[in-house]
Each structure stands twice: as structure tokens, then as C-alpha cells.
Design a protein around this ligand. Structure first.
Ligand SMILES: *Cc1c(COP(=O)(O)O)cnc(C)c1O
Length: 458
């Protein structure tokens, strides 16, 4: 009991164990993430420049490398109460099935209609847009989770929501699209013929099925051209990691309550938001020298930004309209092969996580997609949750680490992020069952060709 006093953020926790403040891990980083650069001048983006694209308060959060705790506005806390705190579950059945002495816990973020952690940041971003008196927001979505989360947040706050959805997903995931329309969002397949960049991309690549980078360019263009609109992004940015820290703060509160100290913390990494959120308070302790943890990012072998990318300034989008970010990247033109079904397709990575990784404070591994789906099924059959393919990357490595413990007899405690459910991903599961899924891994030559096109910044 008395032990609890040592943990500074405890004072922020309410009785229901939900944080009253987000934790900004940048405050404890010695090497801060590199600033976003203006794509024209290569100078750090000022708050004023960023304010043309993003909401004012979110710009402040993006640029603030020093404030450790940022109060969560009451309205956002009220919304969180609808689906938080999210469960931290001990995977007893999985442990038994694996015959491992390891203790496995997962933090389940799929307990809301959008089916993922993305709602944690969507409601925050929509709230600040509303507070600024804006009419609406624009965004892109790939598989659809972010678009769904943002639609839910916008309908709650009566904001207009325009979603540019990667064309291939728009066509292959009609149900996701309809969920967004339930919440009143307008959903446009990208590249569209409504924007200059969309027209250009359609002209240069007739019949293209789109990409995230291209949808981002369209959403930014629409936000900048329409008064009363701003652009919002569901991952990668510092502000999104800040909002997602609610995942890690709750996890830590629950573990501390039972005096459990994890040895290994694992999360899947697309743009890095769930992993960044989950590890933030643990990384904070590590940075302050109070505790040590093994932290592992898991990414697809077909889109290996951390494990095979370059740590360099790159464009966040294909259209090169967004600021440049210094991150682990495969190059803004990189698109994973068409048979890649497991999500986590973004070419870059959160600048915060990129810096932490470069500083040796966390590890990264890449896994092949058939192995990911194998782990997904193994988990689904004993734990009662059908996991999203993205989340299953973390399951794969949690299982692998638990099996290592079986060999060595070590009773390690493993915590992983189960970011969401996979009900809209049954086409991917179908491919796996029918043996139609293969493990395409890009060659060094391919990656080098993309890397050669990285912008030259000195
Ligand atoms: C979007 C998403 C991810 C990956 O995004 P991050 O920003 O890396 O967290 C992972 N899992 C699910 C279920 C998602 O929807």
C-alpha cells in the first residue's frame, strides 16, 4: 500500500482508475524527437504554419516537448467513461495451452464500436476542433478503423466529418464504410476526382486503388481549402501518442494495484500510436532510471519500417503536402505488396518511437503474415476474442516469448496490447484458411530504390 506513493502520476487517477491527465513521454526524453519541417523551406514548422492544417490546441500539444502531464478535459473524460477503463486480462487459457510458466496479460482496446484504440485520440481531436468553433474535420482512412472512430467522435460532438478512404478498402470493406455513414460521415474513395492531388494521381496512375499517403494528401487539401475545416490524423503524430497514453496509464495502474511488474511489453506498430500509448508510462520510468523493461515493437515483414527502414526526414504523404517528419521510413512512395492483408501498412513511424528506438531504448521485430494469422487463431480459440490482424502481430511475439520461457523455465511477465477486433477482416482470414496468403518480403534492392528517393535534408 505505502509503496503506491512512489508513483507520481497516481495523484492523477480517479477512483475508477482512469487517468485525469495524459502523460507526455517527450518530457522525460533526453533526445527529443526531431521537429517537423516545412516541406518548402526545410525550417521547423511554426505554430502558425501548423495552425493552417491542425486545430490550435492540438498544435500546442504537438510542439510541447516539456509538459509531462496534460489535463484531460472533463468532456473527454466523460466520453472515455462510456468504454473505459478498458480491460486488462490475464490470458490464463492461452498460458495453459502453450504450457508456459510465463504470465501473459493483454490490454484489450476493442471494446467499442470502432473496434480499436483509435477512439481515444478521435474524441480528443474532435473535442479541440469543436472548442475552436470549427465546422468540421477531414481525414483519411485505410482499413477504416480510424475513419469509424472519428465518425463516432464527430457525431457525438455534432461536427462534420469528411473521410477519404483508400479506394481498395472502400470497395473491399463496404461494411466499414456503412458504419461511418451510420455516424453521419461522408466517405469518398481515394484518389477521388474532387481534389487537385486526386485528379493528378488518377491521371498519372489510371486505375490505381490508392494508398494511405495519397488519401492523406487529399484530406489535407480539402481541410486547407475549406474555411472552418482542419485535418486530423489518427497515428504517427506526437499529439496522438499523448492521447493514447491513457492505455498505458490504465495498464500501469491495474498492474501496480496487484504489485505486478512486467518484464516484457509488446505492441504492434503501424504508425506507432497504440504502442507509444501503451509504453509511455513504462518508458518514462525507464528514462528516469526508476525501472527497466524490455519493450518490443512488432511490424509486418512486408512493411518493415523499424527493422529495415532509414532514420531520416521524409514526407508523411505521397502528395508531399504535409510537413517532413524525421522517422524510421521506407520512403513515402512505398506501398506494401497487394497480398499483404494484415494492416500496419504505413511507410513511416512515429517520430517519438523512432527516436526511442534509435537510442536503443526499445527493440523491434518483423513477422510474416501467415505466422500472424496462425497466432490470431491460436488466441481466438482459447481467449474468446477474434483479434484484428494488426493486433495479432503482438500476439505472435507474445506467444513466441512465452514459448521461450517454456524452454528456459523462466516465469516472465508479458504484457501486450490487443488493439482491436477483426470482424471486418474476414476476407483476410478467408485467404489464410484457403491457403491463398503468402509472405511477400520486399528485397533489399526494392527497399534501396525507395530509400534513394528520400528528400535530401542537411
Ligand atoms: C490502426 C490500428 C493499429 C495500428 O496503428 P498504430 O498507430 O500503430 O497503433 C493497430 N491495431 C488496430 C486494431 C488498428 O486499428
Amino acid at each position: 500500500m505505502a509503496e503506491e506513493k512512489k508513483i507520481p502520476y497516481k495523484i492523477y487517477l480517479e477512483e475508477n482508475e482512469m487517468p485525469k491527465a495524459w502523460y507526455n513521454v517527450r518530457a522525460d526524453m533526453k533526445n527529443k524527437p526531431a521537429p517537423l519541417l516545412n516541406p518548402g523551406t526545410h525550417q521547423p514548422m511554426t505554430a502558425e504554419e501548423l495552425g493552417g492544417v491542425f486545430c490550435d490546441e492540438l498544435v500546442q500539444q504537438e510542439l510541447d516537448n516539456d509538459t509531462a502531464y496534460v489535463e484531460i478535459p472533463q468532456e473527454i473524460r466523460d466520453f472515455y467513461k462510456m468504454y473505459r477503463p478498458s480491460p486488462l486480462v490475464r490470458a490464463y487459457c492461452l498460458e495453459e495451452k502453450l504450457g508456459t510458466p510465463a504470465k501473459i496479460y493483454y490490454k484489450f482496446e476493442g471494446n467499442n464500436t470502432s473496434g480499436s484504440h483509435k477512439l481515444n485520440s478521435a474524441i480528443a481531436q474532435a473535442y479541440y476542433a469543436k472548442k475552436q468553433g470549427l465546422k468540421g474535420v477531414t481525414t483519411e482512412t485505410g482499413a477504416g478503423q480510424w475513419g469509424t472512430a472519428l465518425s463516432m467522435a464527430c457525431s457525438y460532438l455534432n461536427l462534420d466529418c469528411k473521410v477519404y478512404m483508400v479506394k481498395v478498402s472502400y470497395e473491399q470493406k463496404p461494411f466499414r464504410r456503412e458504419v461511418m455513414r451510420v455516424y453521419g460521415a461522408s466517405v469518398t474513395p481515394s484518389p477521388s476526382m474532387e481534389t487537385e492531388i486526386g485528379k493528378k494521381i488518377n491521371a498519372e496512375h489510371p486505375g490505381t486503388t490508392g494508398s494511405l499517403g495519397c488519401a492523406i494528401s487529399e484530406a489535407v487539401e480539402v481541410a486547407v481549402k475549406n474555411p472552418g475545416y482542419r485535418y486530423v490524423l489518427g497515428s504517427v503524430l506526437n499529439q496522438v501518442l499523448l492521447h493514447q497514453s491513457v492505455i498505458g496509464l490504465e495498464t500501469k495502474a491495474a498492474l501496480d494495484k496487484y504489485n505486478i511488474k512486467p518484464d516484457i511489453i509488446i505492441g504492434c506498430a503501424g504508425g506507432g500510436s497504440n504502442l507509444g500509448g501503451l509504453i509511455s508510462p513504462f518508458m518514462g520510468e525507464k528514462l528516469r532510471g526508476e525501472a527497466d523493461y524490455r519493450i518490443i515493437a512488432v511490424e509486418p515483414a512486408s512493411c518493415p519500417s523499424f527493422t529495415r527502414g532509414k532514420f531520416a526526414y521524409d514526407f508523411a504523404d505521397t502528395g508531399m503536402v504535409c510537413p517532413l517528419a524525421k522517422m524510421y521510413t521506407l520512403g513515402s512512395d512505398f506501398i506494401p505488396s497487394a497480398n499483404h492483408a494484415g494492416g500496419l501498412r504505413y511507410h513511416g513511424m512515429s517520430p517519438v518511437l523512432s527516436q526511442l528506438y534509435d537510442d536503443g531504448l526499445m527493440e523491434a521485430v518483423s513477422v510474416e503474415q501467415t505466422k500472424v494469422f496462425e497466432a490470431a487463431e491460436e488466441f481466438a480459440r482459447v481467449e474468446g476474442i477474434l483479434p484484428a490482424p494488426e493486433s495479432s502481430h503482438a500476439i505472435r511475439v507474445a506467444i513466441d516469448e512465452a514459448l521461450k520461457c517454456k524452454e528456459t523455465g523462466e516465469e516472465k511477465t508479458i504484457v501486450f496490447g490487443l488493439t482491436g477486433t477483426g470482424y471486418f477482416d474476414m476476407v483476410a482470414y478467408e485467404k489464410y484458411h484457403d491457403g491463398k496468403m503468402d509472405d511477400y518480403i520486399p528485397s533489399d534492392e526494392e527497399l534501396a530504390a525507395y530509400a534513394a528517393k528520400l528528400p535530401k535534408i542537411d
